[in-house]
Design a protein around this ligand. Structure first.
Ligand code: UD1
Ligand code: MG
Length: 456
């Protein structure tokens, strides 16, 4: 069993924002959560230990109990951050140490690094790559026998070291028996006045401990994020990778650069996504759906053959063959039945709608259970809120609700009820009832000229 240490206590000064770097969103989730889901794929390890410090509450809110926490009060550097973990990793032979700002590392890289460490019986194994532009990264410095002898940080580079383009990717496997003794000997006599974890390489070299590296081909998945420009570049590459995967799987994205799909979105073949559409969070979309243009869908399930245009859908479930929009808003567990038609300017909240039901225009449905084959006329409102409490409406099958009706909840409307247009219904109706609840019309012949009015 080995331990995992995630370093996430830093301020992220180069981001130029107050939000701690590791909780910054990458596409649709905080960047540290990418690393957490990758770590779940590793075997033989203890629950990850995360070093938090700057705005630790923000990190804890995101990470919850996915990790154990170690607190670094003052951000004195990465060596100090790891040193804070000494007690917690006592039982493990070695530690996998990862910078929390490298979100897209994959388990293949991490497993390969650990395998190499164990196979070669190393004391320290680093993940490195060659970069055309190594700026910002610690450089791997070797002796004349090509043995790694130190890592030189950007701010401390000599002229000679400046041109070296093999870099430290901030992922280390280190034997615990040697790690903490060395960390205690690291000082901050450098241009950043920080205790660098990377100084451990020099100390290990001097002690003739076995150091090795896994040098991998450069790839955006390996890059650390230190500023918003890098974040944006990585986001674009990730977006492109996700979109290309969808295209390869038979999902057509029209004007793909305008479409954003989150990493936890699954779309089945034959579906078409139109421009300016965002599908984020945990979403599952079935076959032969047509979605967009201009849709935002979060954390929702959409079955086969659904059509959605110009709409916002959050935490909802849409069954086969339904059509949604334009300009519909479904939220908080709206469940839309098979072949339903949810039309323009319709809002549905926390409601279950049966199949073949029409809610075609300008309607609000909240806290409602509705049966099959119901027709909501234009402008129907389930009046669910009395200013203090929310109340439920139950509607049976084959109900006709005329235009502009208000159903004042709590209400129970039986099967086959007919409600005349313009009614305000305040008491429950039973099966086969007809109900009309509106003021009588008064018409006075030739009376209108008495009223002076402008038509503009
Ligand atoms: C670090 C490495 C550098 C490497 C690069 C790869 C050091 C000294 N340098 O530089 O060699 O090429 O990563 O991306 O390690 N942190 C703490 N406590 C602190 C300081 C930082 O927990 O006191 C955390 C940060 O939150 C961050 C991680 O450590 O997640 C790395 O810190 P960062 O400042 O980003 O280091 P880099 O300059 O990128
Ligand atoms: Mg960094």
């Amino acid at each position: 069993m080995h331990s995992i240490i995630i370093l996430a206590a830093g301020k992220g000064t180069r981001m130029k924002t107050k939000m701690p770097k590791c909780v910054f969103p990458l596409l649709d989730k905080p960047l540290i959560l990418y690393l957490i889901s990758t770590l779940k794929e590793l075997d033989n390890c203890y629950k990850p230990l995360c070093v938090v410090g700057y705005q630790k509450e923000a990190l804890q809110e995101v990470l919850k109990d996915e990790v154990n926490y170690v607190f670094q009060e003052e951000q004195l550097g990465t060596a100090d951050a790891v040193l804070k973990c000494e007690k917690e990793v006592q039982d493990a032979d070695f530690s996998l140490i990862i910078n929390g700002d490298t979100p897209l590392l994959t388990s293949e890289y991490l497993n390969a690094l650990i395998d190499k460490h164990l196979k070669e019986k190393n004391d320290l194994t680093l993940l490195t790559t060659y970069l055309v532009n190594p700026q910002g990264y610690g450089r791997i410095i070797k002796d004349n026998k090509f043995k790694i002898k130190k890592i030189a940080e950007e701010k401390d580079l000599s002229k000679k070291e400046f041109g070296i383009n093999e870099v430290n990717l901030g992922v280390y496997v280190i034997n615990n028996d040697k790690l903490f003794d060395a960390l205690k000997r690291i000082n901050n006599l450098n241009n950043s006045h920080e205790y660098y974890l990377t100084d451990i390489v020099k100390l290990f070299y001097e002690q003739k401990y076995k150091i090795s590296c896994l040098n991998v081909e450069d790839n955006f998945h390996l890059h650390g994020i230190n500023d918003l420009i890098t974040l944006s570049e990585i986001e674009n590459k990730l977006k492109e990778e996700i979109n290309n995967k969808a295209l390869k799987n038979g999902v057509y994205l029209i004007n793909k650069d305008s479409i954003i799909l989150g990493t936890d979105v699954k779309i089945d073949e034959g579906s078409i996504i139109y421009p300016n559409t965002l599908i984020l969070g945990k979403c599952q979309i079935g076959k032969n759906c047509v979605i967009g243009p201009n849709c935002e869908i979060n954390d929702s399930i959409i079955e086969d053959n659904v059509k959605i245009k110009h709409s916002l859908i959050n935490n909802s479930y849409i069954k086969k063959g339904a059509t949604i929009g334009p300009f519909a808003h479904l939220r908080m567990n709206a469940i839309i039945g098979e072949n339903d038609r949810i039309g323009n300017f319709v809002e549905i909240k926390k409601s279950l709608i049966g199949k073949a039901t029409n809610v075609a225009h300008l309607t609000y449905i909240g806290d409602t259970t509705c049966g099959d084959n119901v027709n909501f006329g234009c402008g129907v409102i389930t009046v669910n809120y009395d200013g203090i409490n929310k109340h439920h409406t139950t509607i049976g099958n084959n109900v006709f609700i005329g235009c502009n009706s208000n159903l004042i909840a709590p209400l129970n409307i039986g099967d086959n009820v007919f409600i005349a247009a313009g009614s305000t219904i305040t008491t429950s109706l039973e099966k086969n009832d007809f109900s009309i609840a509106r003021a009588f019309q008064v018409t006075k012949k030739n009376y209108s000229p008495k009223y002076k009015y402008n038509t503009r």
